[in-house]
Write a protein that binds this ligand. Structure first.
Ligand SMILES: [Zn+2]
Ligand SMILES: [Zn+2]
Length: 200
């Protein structure tokens, strides 16, 4: 890659992140690589912006050249129709809606309940998870030695499978915020302390 094309790549990246049209064309392969990397590193909202940038670029480019960019269009369509969530984001969205519902009047809430579908609908999602290191989990569990590393109480129950104390591994700096999957950044918590770490 020469210097001019390297700076094109960096400029395009900035425009992807800002959701703004870029004019230097990228190959279908490079476009897909950008989109996948943005999703993996910055999440769903950043991907939405990047898809806006690509759509605007396609309109611009096809208008200019008359050459349909079907490969890139297909990638945009595929990524736009995915519902991408982190393992926790659905639960967080639900909690927001619960807070709203609690603030609403009982009459309005009950009217909605009376009209609501009883069978929940299903939403297919693509879940982003971090590949975790089992040695980190094992090492932290051994360090905790059966007790929660926050409240110091014994694990509330043993796993039915093997009788081992039930504790959950929590990352002090969350993996989603760039935290390391290391023994130093992880702790074994009882479910109560773990919930409190995330929601208190
Ligand atoms: Zn605890
Ligand atoms: Zn946690």
């Amino acid at each position: 890659m020469n210097q001019a094309s390297a700076s094109d790549y960096i400029n395009n990246f900035k425009l992807f992140m800002a959701g703004r049209v870029y004019h230097r064309t990228l190959s279908a392969y490079a476009t897909r690589y950008y989109l996948d990397s943005i999703l993996a590193d910055f999440g769903e909202d950043a991907l939405k912006k990047a898809l806006e940038a690509v759509s605007q670029h396609l309109d611009y480019y096809e208008n200019l050249t008359g050459a349909p960019q079907s490969k890139i269009r297909a990638a945009v369509k595929e990524l736009s129709s995915m519902h991408i969530q982190s393992a926790e984001s659905y639960e967080e969205k639900l909690q927001d809606q619960v807070r709203k519902s609690l603030k609403d009047s009982p009459t309005a809430r009950r009217a909605r309940l009376a009209a609501a579908e009883k069978q929940p609908s299903k939403l297919a999602v693509t879940v982003m998870v971090y590949r975790r290191n089992p040695d980190v989990v094992a090492e932290v569990l051994l360090r905790a030695n059966g007790s929660c590393e926050a409240c110091r109480k014994k694990a509330p129950f043993a796993r039915a499978k093997d009788g081992s104390p039930y504790l959950e591994i929590h990352h002090e700096l969350q993996l989603a915020k760039g935290g390391d999957d290391t023994v130093a950044n992880a702790m074994a918590l009882c479910p109560n302390c773990h919930r409190a770490k995330h929601y208190a």
